[in-house]
Write a protein that binds this ligand. Structure first.
Ligand SMILES: [Zn+2]
Length: 1046
């Protein structure tokens, strides 16, 4: 139904004609300054309030009065009042909530407004994701969730990226989340204040961005918002929203006053146009949660636009005087980011034609990290903030990846009907929760405590539902009629050595534990299981795929408070098949003496092996496995030296903390813009800019033999830090498991905890960090590629996001550390790698969240009027792991790459209790996915999900960059047919954009080319031959695959 437009404006607007209030009418003349008015609202998917509290009116108003429901409803009404008005919607999560509440008539109105180009969508992800703490899998998934909704409900395909608020911008955002997502441009507000000043003075507030050294054709247009102010609001003094100062509104002003206001406005337009090199500027008219009262907002905007045009026409406003010398006429109109981008492309094309392949826009190739907003305001704390949530997000994302695969591999026709609606889909809740968690105040760790709790609760609930579904599928598959006898379960607290079903099943000789270990990688991987059991005893562990059993002792888990009464057995799974599983049975039946496990004849080999493993002198103990030898100090347990792959380096690990800057106690040593800038949820600022760490010193070490290797347990003089260093026989890395907390605050000082690996590597101030798990970037201490850096914070200003790995190298040796969640990392002296693993602050950093990052075990009491928002309990305890690899010179990337996929897509483990004799499992229990030979070593199966009964979403990624390895960085072929062997014969394969919302081929017809080259080079050598596809370095290709009915 077409809504009828009413033009009953307030009387002051009756004199306006269409000429004064238009949309999308740029004038192609260098003398005309085209001003694109883009009304928008920045609606955080949770920050100070939860998603629901932000959506519904009148919720938690003591924090903020905003309601996105009101924003969307009043905006849709206001758009109908004048067909020139435009608006962009960004966060699809909120739009989806609103959409579900609307009747067909309203939905038709919205469809009309979209068709009339009044309502458009930019970005279109479920949220506006963070770019520092996010992993590419989470980013792709959340964009896909949003894009799928828009495509399904409105047939809408967003064309522009819109990352207004994130605190720094990654190369992955540019190359994958913009270019490969099908966007022509990306716009954002925040860049480093020094970079911003430089760009102001050189007309480089917009430009081209070719951010990948591996991928071709990824050049996009980028631009700053907020009139290049470092933010995303309207020109200063022109916020017309319900909660802006009413003095800023124009309605009701006398003509003279209005004229003065307009002069101020035009002066700001001039300032903005001076900072870019052509005749188009964009005004982002909106801020956080604006358009609560869209009628008022638009009425003022209409007046502003119309009066500028009328006063210019009548000569009342001497436009050339304000705009000269480049422009002598103003053309202001309602617009959209998409239209603005088209105009910029016209400019680019014209310049290309004129200047033969030259453009006045420079091409940027690095990223926008780290971001600082003043001399002492480095937004590098949030790389680590809320570290346990950052881990939970990673685990949940990996669970979703594996669950989708298992769901594809175990076809169950009865269940398929349930997939046809969002709410019944067993993965919907997890997809929704993960979509929300990627938000730039979600996984970034910068939301208020109650919102962070809500994010965690959503993930937990989604994980429960998805894992229960998968456990049921597996149970039915494995035990058939006996599936009610063994009920498989997922243990979400396994990292705390808590798994009730495992402890219950290993209590007596009459029961046993089944452990199903699923490998979501397209290659074999092995892992060492660490299974909680009931007591200190000997257990028989049987690999049910070959019925080979071994006897093994449980050992005390460690010295952690959470584990005091728990025992674990270790077991090396051996090679797990690609996209397949193995099942193990653990029972307390072994008759091995409790005093000396080596008397058991079956363990003689292990004993011999172990004796070979360890050699001790009075000061050094050396542990050797198939891959390396690591020497430890016998007293402190600290590493001293490591030899691997014929390469030996001195390697020492330190622990320590920086005292957080708190203006109650600290005074700035340098002339600061804001001497009160505290360290907080966003900002990392040590109490003095050059502060070295306060060392935390090891007190004693215990070396514990485990059946799978050796572990060195280190106690410190401070009882709030513990470490276990593990060398497993079958694994090529050193595993460092640390446990931190509760961080003491009785000295009233916040602390930022770091560990520092010191190696004999001549790194010459360079180190490398990954971008969202994709490409590695070379970092150099106290240096930025884009401008001459003035250094005010030599510690905080050298931290970068580490999503999966950081490394150092010289021509002789390399040291790589793979992390299990995002954290901040740096190299503050040559030969060192430093990772910030936990933070506890007692002051707020005044960047909006309004509370210190002081996580406690009991959370917080409610906000007023229901409580006093007080902290409950002691500081939290967190646990995490680093995997360390050592290798030959200049192989840092290769070493890291070999572990990055398995660190993300860890085996998914299910547990079930059975009564002995346990029911037999099908011996052919491994999936016949056709992947028995596995995918090539450098390919990750990023997504393998069912879209409907015969249609699948498949994403394959080449996991090496061009410079990462000689052999594995080559293009690689994959046979898609093999993946579907156990499912059905492949019928059609359509290559899609990264989010799967349109065919890749269709995109090529509409995409604006920015690189000057014609034709897509990737099409030349990566064309599909039958079911074979070619992946080039760092390339991710997305397909919709249908199979023939069987
Ligand atoms: Zn925001």
């Amino acid at each position: 139904m077409r809504p009828s437009f009413t033009f009953s404006f307030a009387s002051f607007l009756l004199c306006l004609t269409a000429a004064e209030l238009q949309k999308y009418n740029a004038i192609d003349s260098d003398h005309v300054l085209n001003v694109h008015v883009v009304p928008h609202s920045h609606d955080d998917v949770g920050w100070l309030k939860t998603v629901e509290q932000y959506y519904y009116p009148d919720q938690n108003c003591s924090i903020s009065p905003n309601s996105v429901q009101k924003i969307l409803s009043t905006t849709i009404d206001a758009l109908q009042q004048n067909e020139a008005r435009t608006f962009v919607v960004v966060e699809t999560k909120f739009f989806a909530m609103w959409w579900k509440e609307q009747n067909d008539a309203v939905k038709d109105t919205v469809r009309f407004l979209v068709a009339n180009q009044q309502l458009s969508f930019v970005n279109g992800g479920w949220c506006m994701h963070d770019e520092a703490a996010t992993h590419f899998v989470g980013m792709i998934d959340q964009m896909t969730t949003g894009h799928t909704f828009l495509e399904r409900e409105l047939g809408y395909i967003p064309k522009v990226g819109w990352q207004l608020d994130p605190f720094g911008h990654s190369v992955t955002q540019a190359s994958l989340m913009t270019s490969k997502m099908g966007f022509d441009a990306v716009y954002f507000g925040r860049i480093d204040y020094q970079d911003l000043a430089f760009r102001h003075s050189t007309q480089q507030c917009e430009g081209l961005w070719n951010a990948s050294t591996s991928l071709e054709d990824t050049t996009v247009f980028w631009g700053l918002t907020g009139s290049y102010s470092g933010n995303y609001g309207p020109p200063k003094g022109f916020c017309f929203d319900a909660y802006c100062d009413p003095e800023q509104r124009l309605l009701g002003l006398t003509e003279d006053t209005l004229l003065e206001r307009l002069k101020d406005f035009v002066q700001q337009l001039r300032a903005q146009s001076d900072r870019t090199s052509d005749n188009h500027i964009m005004l982002t008219m909106g801020e956080d949660f604006n358009y609560m009262d869209a009628a008022t907002n638009f009425a003022n905007l209409d007046l502003l636009i119309a009066k500028l045009m009328i006063y210019q026409h009548s000569g009342r406003l001497d436009v050339p005087q304000f705009l000269g010398p480049r422009h002598n006429r103003l053309n202001i109109f309602y617009s959209s980011p998409e239209y603005y981008t088209q105009q910029k492309h016209k400019v680019w094309k014209r310049r290309q034609d004129l200047l033969s392949n030259e453009t006045e826009w420079k091409t940027k190739t690095d990223d926008f990290f780290p971001y600082s907003s003043c001399e002492n305001c480095f937004w590098t704390g949030y790389f680590t903030s809320r570290t346990s949530f950052k881990r939970l997000e990673r685990v949940a994302s990996s669970l979703l990846l594996a669950s989708r695969q298992i769901d594809v591999l175990i076809s169950n026709e009865e269940l398929l009907d349930e997939y046809n609606c969002d709410c019944c889909h067993p993965f919907y809740e997890l997809e929704d929760a993960l979509g929300v968690a990627q938000h730039h105040d979600g996984v970034s760790g910068t939301a208020k405590q109650h919102v962070a709790d809500d994010y965690a609760k959503r993930l937990s609930s989604g994980m429960h539902r998805a894992s229960a579904h998968v456990a049921n599928l597996l149970s039915e598959r494995m035990y058939a009629v006996n599936s009610t006898v063994i009920h498989l379960q997922y243990c979400p607290l396994l990292n705390e050595t808590i798994c009730p079903v495992a402890e219950e099943a290993t209590k007596s000789n009459g029961t046993a534990l089944h452990v199903v270990v699923y490998n979501p990688l397209g290659q074999n991987q092995s892992t060492v299981l660490r299974i909680p059991v009931a007591s200190l005893a000997c257990y028989e562990i049987t690999d049910l795929s070959n019925n080979i059993s071994i006897c093994d002792h449980s050992i005390r888990a460690a010295m952690q408070p959470a584990d005091t009464s728990t025992y674990v057995v270790y077991y090396d799974t051996g090679s797990l098949p690609p996209l397949g599983y193995k099942t193990f049975q653990i029972s307390k039946q072994c008759d091995c003496p409790t005093t000396d496990i080596f008397r058991n004849p079956s363990l003689v080999i292990v004993e011999k092996e172990r004796r070979r493993l360890r050699k001790a002198t009075s000061t050094t103990i050396a542990v050797t496995n198939d891959f390396m030898t690591v020497e430890f100090d016998t007293i402190t347990g600290q590493m001293k030296r490591a030899v691997s792959d014929g390469t030996g380096i001195d390697l020492v690990q330190d622990w320590g903390y920086y005292t957080s800057f708190d203006h109650q106690w600290d005074h700035s040593e340098v002339p600061a813009v804001d001497p009160t800038q505290n360290s907080g949820a966003y900002i990392f600022r040590p109490s003095t800019p050059t502060q070295d760490i306060h060392h935390l010193l090891p007190r004693k070490a215990t070396v514990v033999d485990t059946p799978q290797g050796a572990e060195v347990r280190i106690e410190f003089h401070q009882n709030w830090i513990r470490q276990t260093t593990r060398i497993f026989q079958s694994q090529p890395f050193i595993e460092v498991e640390y446990e931190i907390g509760p961080i003491p605050i009785d000295d009233l000082r916040g602390k930022e905890i770091v560990t520092r690996y010191r190696a004999s590597i001549a790194s010459k101030s360079a180190f490398y960090t990954d971008s969202n798990g994709r490409e590695f970037l070379r970092r150099q201490r106290n240096y930025r590629p884009s401008w001459d850096l003035d250094v005010f914070e030599p510690v905080a200003g050298n931290f970068y996001p580490v999503n999966t790995a950081i490394f150092l190298q010289d021509k002789n040796a390399s040291l790589s550390v793979v992390v299990d969640r995002s954290q901040g990392g740096s190299s503050l002296q040559d030969g060192t790698l430093e990772l910030m693993v936990q933070r506890r602050n007692l002051a707020d950093d005044a960047k909006g969240v309004g509370e210190p990052l002081n996580e406690t075990s009991g959370g917080m009491t409610p906000y007023p009027p229901y409580g006093n928002a007080e902290r409950v309990g002691d500081g939290v305890i967190i646990r995490g792991t680093h995997r360390i690899m050592i290798g030959k010179g200049l192989t840092g990337a290769k070493l890291a790459r070999s572990l990055m996929d398995s660190a993300f897509a860890e085996p998914l483990i299910f547990f079930g209790k059975c009564t002995i004799p346990c029911p037999a499992i099908f011996q052919s229990a491994s999936f016949s996915s056709g992947l028995s030979i596995g995918l090539p070593k450098n390919v990750m199966l990023i997504t393998f999900a069912r879209l409907n009964t015969a249609k699948y979403l498949l994403r394959l990624g080449h996991q090496y960059g061009v410079d990462d390895d000689d052999e594995l960085a080559e293009p690689v072929s994959v046979d898609i047919g093999l993946l579907f062997l156990g499912i059905g014969e492949v019928d059609t394969i359509d290559e899609m954009t990264l989010s799967g919302n349109q065919k890749w081929e269709s995109l090529q017809k509409t995409k604006l080319p920015w690189s000057g080259e014609t034709g897509s080079t990737s099409d030349k050598d990566t064309s599909n031959k039958g079911n074979m596809v070619v992946l080039r370095p760092m390339e991710i290709r997305t397909f919709h695959v249908t199979v023939k009915a069987q």
